[in-house]
Design a protein around this ligand. Structure first.
Ligand SMILES: Nc1ncnc2c1ncn2[C@@H]1O[C@H](COP(=O)(O)OP(=O)(O)OP(=O)(O)O)[C@@H](O)[C@H]1O
Ligand code: SF4
Ligand SMILES: [Mg+2]
Length: 336
């Protein structure tokens, strides 16, 4: 990625949730950069922090959450905007317009009381992409056509409940693309749909993003989706990035024991599906996370230092980052 221009830089992000049961240390010092025009993926098991990080990019963290530390820098036409120090009015101009979001559940993204054409048109009107609702509706038909919605001129007049799950998600993708964002964040955009529709929609999303030269931040728990969709990938475990690399490198040469485990758990058509090996153990409680490397209770290579000191994310070869003492000189062969 050297020579490419950063679009979003996340530095040392910490997000905590202040619950009655205690402080949930959900995001624990995450740093990464998304470059202009790339398709960047974040992958990890449920609860590892994918959604919280993606929402933090536009300073939206649900109660009782708080960003307690870190920086999020958004590069816009040569200017650098410090998202966490931008006021609500400034952020409203960015959200949905320059940084758009497709969420996992299309029914919560659409208002059941309004026709989908109206909702897409209104999003454009809100951000000044169109001058009036009539123009918005006309553009909505075209946008629905682009996402291969059947009968788009009739569908604009449908209410969300009159559409199938796949059609609703097509409408949500249209809405996400309607203001020509610089960054499109797609949080598990197809995981509620059946496998065939999933594959079609992901392929479509990839083509639209490439055709329009947008930047994509895709969140998934599925390594197969990563392989199909992304240029680079960050692997998240319990609120930390444990490995970050170009997708090819990660698949051919995974370094972190957790990534290796995830890849073993990817179904391989050449092998018997019954041989899948899930990673033993469960993700830790983030109120009292394990000291040192948060993965150590599940790691077959864990040694004393892993239980005591947190491994930093280190570049072990150009563009390939790993947070593990195996590659930091912390665990030598005699100790293992
Ligand atoms: N509203 C909340 N209250 C308390 N803790 C929360 C809340 N939302 C998130 N968290 C904490 O933040 C962690 C990360 O949540 P997040 O929703 O980002 O996970 P995720 O990786 O997106 O999971 P999934 O794959 O299930 O969508 C959770 O494990 C939980 O501990
Ligand atoms: S730091 Fe230690 S416990 Fe953590 S992944 Fe590496 S070897 Fe395993
Ligand atoms: Mg999520």
């Amino acid at each position: 990625m050297r020579g490419r221009r950063p679009l979003i830089e996340v530095k040392d992000l910490h997000v905590y949730f202040y619950t009655y049961a205690g402080v949930v240390k959900a995001i624990n010092g995450v740093s990464f950069t998304i470059y202009e025009g790339e398709k960047f993926c974040m992958v990890g098991e449920t609860g590892c922090g994918k959604t919280v990080i993606s929402r933090a990019l536009t300073n939206v963290v649900p109660q009782p959450g708080r960003i307690v530390k870190g920086e999020i820098l958004y590069h816009r036409d040569g200017d650098v905007i410090d998202i966490l120090r931008t006021n609500e009015e400034g952020l409203r101009k960015i959200r949905g317009k320059e940084i758009a979001y497709i969420i996992q559940d299309p029914s919560s993204a659409l208002d059941p009381l309004y026709q989908i054409g109206y909702q897409i048109g209104e999003t454009m009107l809100d951000h000044g992409t169109v001058n009036n609702l009539k123009e918005g509706l006309r553009r909505a038909v075209q946008l629905l056509k682009n996402v291969l919605m059947p009968d788009p001129d009739k569908r604009v007049r449908n209410y969300p409940h009159e559409l199938s799950g796949g059609q609703r998600q097509r409408a949500v993708i249209s809405m996400g693309l309607s203001n020509m964002p610089k960054l499109l964040i797609a949080d598990e955009p197809t995981s509620n749909l059946d496998v065939t529709v999933q594959a079609q929609l992901l392929e479509l999303l990839k083509r639209l993003v490439e055709d329009k030269g947008l930047t994509l931040f895709l969140i998934t728990h599925d390594m197969g989706v990563v392989a199909e969709m992304c240029d680079r990938v960050a692997v998240l475990y319990a609120g930390n990035i444990v490995e970050l690399a170009e997708t090819d490198t990660l698949f051919k040469n995974p370094k972190h024991p957790y990534t290796m485990g995830l890849l073993k758990a990817v179904p391989n058509p050449q092998t018997n599906i019954e041989k899948l090996e899930p990673i033993p153990g469960t993700i830790p409680n983030l109120i009292n996370p394990p000291p040192g490397c948060r993965f150590h209770p599940r790691c077959p290579y864990a040694k004393q230092i892993c239980r005591e000191r947190e491994p930093p994310l280190k570049e072990i070869e150009p563009g390939h980052y790993v947070a593990c003492w195996l590659y930091n000189g912390g665990v030598n062969d005699n100790e293992r």
